[in-house]
Ligand binder design. Structure first.
Ligand code: ZN
Length: 315
């Protein structure tokens, strides 16, 4: 059995699978604020995955971890994590191997999402495709001619930090105008706040008196046909489309696969994004291009992390 861990800016998710990819258990916790608490949280997650599937921890042969980059895969370090500020050169692999007594493998979070989609989603008909995860940040991964492209140190495709406005909003990474400052979950919340100032009768305005504004709330109110929620998605979809257009012009892919929590709202995002891609992509690049969501965005990266452990351990 194998465990896949997906460290996100707001949640850490874990899945226990057998080597064929059958899900035995799935759990999630809120992402703690310090590196040591992250180690402890993952360890407890591994224990509860084993307990809830009634298996012994001894039967876990490997743990794969996907983390927000940049990472040093060879040394097993989290170098920094833009959405978890206290992380700096954190030896997560060494620490987790000591805690769990099993082999631990580290990968970039977007690469695990890519591997998860490759394993569990119906993408085998494509040889050149890009995965984009829309969440607390924006991650990316690319399959080129049926191979994962990871770059020289495993950090390729940090698409969330591609500049889409060179004088634009400041980003925690230190640059300005990064894509994820316009098309991540927190960016959608900012967009919603600014549109709500002009639309005070929105059902969102009522709900935020009692609960925090989240992308999920905007999605729910879009489902209820709230005009402001639909307007938020229309504008948000344009930002998503601008980033995708840049990637299409560089990679000329067959498909863009959308994952991450926000991809659940794909029916409000893909049509608008597609229109922008049609307007901005070079002639000949957009003809056969598919833009499609993953089936289960919450589990795809954890599955991918487990698959990395499976592939790394001879059986
Ligand atoms: Zn940035």
């Amino acid at each position: 059995m194998f465990v896949g861990i997906d460290i996100g800016g707001s949640k850490i998710k874990g899945i226990l699978t057998d080597s064929s990819g059958k899900e035995l258990s799935f759990r999630e916790i809120t992402t703690p604020g310090t590196p040591n608490e992250i180690d402890d949280g993952i360890y407890q997650l591994v224990e509860s995955l084993a307990t809830s599937a009634s298996v012994s921890k001894i039967d876990i042969m490997g743990v794969g971890i996907g983390s927000p980059g940049p990472i040093d895969r060879e040394k097993g370090l989290l170098l920094t994590a833009p959405n978890i500020p206290s992380v700096s050169n954190h030896p997560i692999v060494k620490n987790m191997e000591a805690l769990t007594g099993t082999k631990v493998f580290l990968e970039n979070d977007a690469t695990v999402a890519l591997i998860g989609a490759w394993w569990k989603e119906n993408v085998s008909k494509y040889r050149n495709w890009i995965m984009i995860t829309l969440g607390t940040g924006i991650g990316g991964g690319v399959i080129i001619d049926n191979k994962v492209y990871t770059g020289q140190s495993g950090n390729a495709m940090e698409v969330g930090h591609m500049t889409i406005d060179f004088n634009g909003r400041e980003c925690p990474c230190g640059n300005r105008g990064c894509w994820e400052r316009y098309a991540s979950g927190p960016a959608m919340v900012e967009l919603a706040q600014s549109l709500l100032k002009k639309n005070r009768t929105s059902s969102i305005a009522e709900r935020i008196k009692k609960e925090p504004l989240t992308p999920l709330m905007v999605f729910e109110e879009a489902q209820n046909r709230d005009d402001t929620a639909l307007a938020i998605f229309n504008e948000y979809a344009v930002y998503v489309g601008i980033g995708i257009s840049n990637l299409v012009n560089i990679f000329n892919p067959e498909a863009i696969i959308l994952g991450g929590g926000l991809s659940r709202a794909h029916k409000y995002i893909i049509p608008g994004a597609r229109q922008v891609v049609n307007e901005r992509s070079l002639k000949g690049f957009k003809g056969n291009l598919q833009i499609i969501p993953v089936q289960d965005p919450s589990k795809v990266p954890s599955f991918g992390a487990a698959k990395i452990a499976i592939n790394s351990i001879p059986q």
